[in-house]
Ligand binder design. Sequence first.
Ligand code: GLA
Length: 694
Amino acid sequence: MRPQSRAMTAALLMGVAPVALWAQVVEPTTPPAPPEFAAQGEPVFVNRDEIYTYRALPEYHEPEFVTAFVEAGKLPPVAERLPAEPLVYEAGNMPDGIGVYGDVMRHVIGGRPEGWNYVGGQSQGWGGIDIGLYECLTRTGPLFQVNPEDLQPLPNLARSWEWSEDGMSLTVNLIEGAKWSDGDPFDTEDIEFYWNDAVVDPEVTPLNGASPETFGVGTTLEVLGPYQFRFNFATAFPEQVLYAMAYGTFCPGPSHVLKPQHPAHGGQSYEAFRNAFPPDYMNFPVMGAWVPVEYRPDDIVVMRRNPYYWKVDSEGNQLPYLDEMHYRLSTWADRDVQAVAGTGDFSNLEQAENFVESLRRSADPEAPARLEFGPRIIGYSLYPNLSGNGWGAPDARAQAIRDLNRNEHFRMGVTQAIDRQRLGESLVKGPFIAQYAGGLYPGTAYYDEASTVFYPYSLESAKAHFEAAGLTDTDGNGFLNHPAEVLGGADVQITLLVNGDYETDKNLASGVVAMLEEAGIQVALNQLSGNDRDATRDAGTWDWQVFRNPTEIITVVQNTTQLAPTGPTTSWNHRANEAGELDLLPWEQEMVDVVNRFIASRDPAERTELMKQYQRLYTENLYGVGLVNYPGALVVNKRFANIPPGAPIFQFNWAEDNIMRERVFVPEDRQQDHELHPDTLPGAPGSAGPATAS
Ligand code: GLA
């Protein structure tokens, strides 16, 4: 049944809908056609094993200054630091071929590091800093250039895996002989610690929220040897788990330094564990290509090359090519400005407010940076908190809003109060912005227009829906009131949580506030810094929020369990109460069933059909209220080589992963002098900073 007729029937049954009211309701349709705006770069599609393999090479090389450490007896020779069979980047897949050592990539970020304990849930400030530190079992960023027939996560710390015949278990083989940046072996001790003491321990939530459900309800992990473990599943062939092994959800931490701080192994408390590695703790052991060696609050984080990095190019040069990484601690808007001006080296141009100026400046042939727009997969939605049974311990006012959020008329009123055309123009004029219905984005693999329900802007229609939800302006102050029996008939007052670190987030949220006000709903902004906003989001102490949609909305195959409240903590806007109970609405239960069937299915036709159902359930029922979607552009200084064509700023992961920074280099004649700690390597964990050879 179409939503309108269902809504109308429900209202008629409740006896609240005079025919005149419904005469004002504007019918939903499919989304309006977006303006023409073609993506600029096309990836060169390859199979996964054309990008990298694992094998021994006859000899290995390192930068000269690193050899000085070896000669001074401070570091074993490069061949001993590498695994017997390192990960080998094939020159054939490098756009500019084998690179040279030296230079720095100067990032600018808007986040701030809470500390280095990602496993304990601390943020490092985003903008690629964590992506460069932590390596994960599998890797997905570079999949934007993988042939659809070969689309499966790339191996990484997990070198290979085999399904049992019945699909009920997966044996995972780790790379053998790889080491943490301080020389400690990487092995299943790290896997066991991450699984038992972070994923499974209810007191610990790793940074990107991995929980047992992320790997499928009932999944267990069994260690078979130093380099082998097995997942055992409750259902056959849950291929989604290969994606759950990638960035965000299975990036083990250094158990040799983390474990002693964890309460299960003699650590003081969970709080102390989380905070044991503050931002000024230098040389935290990593598996990534660069190690933090300097931190100046609100100024910079400097990282130096990891001498034990376990990846090489096909000529045996140990990676990375870049000796140093900078993360200037500034604002996200400044990242765009600096990258375009050439004082920074990299930006994901994702705040539409900066498009026109950035395009104008990059059009100059002498401009220091190249700028390439991708598809329209940066999108924002307004999410109502759908928990009615206590997530975030709502007070009476907040509970009344939860009850409204769970009312379909209320959600329809909200969506029809939003003029997406005007909202988009408030960010940027021109062909960039599309009106977004919510759910999957047009142009992505599983999108189906006919399954997408779009509620056009209509204030009259919005007001009719609000009235059907029981809201009228009883005191004549221009704002709608609750019915007399709720909060004594007080004005409806809603708080809207938003990340104050981004101009776009703030502008869209302010637009929503203004438009809802026109429809008679009072909304107040709760604008918090990124880290505080994330904590508030996960605590559930909010009514509505506006945010940039995560990867599952683009790829579906990545973080699939997060597409619906499939587990107590998988959803962004509906989590379980303290007792672990989820009070799903009937259509949410249908969404969960569809997502679980999608995960269990290996039949492409069935999966396509299930995602059509998902899209209809999502957009018809307004699980999230879509606002706008638009393209982002990758901005990289022209001196860098090996940037793959068509690298999106965000798809399976962010561009900082997609471009494979460990094989990015600067040709000798273009190298600049930005190194802050030349000729140094990371020191011992917890020591003051970088170390010198002499
Ligand atoms: C932030 C930025 C993104 C990207 C990610 C990487 O979210 O806004 O552009 O850099 O960090 O973690």
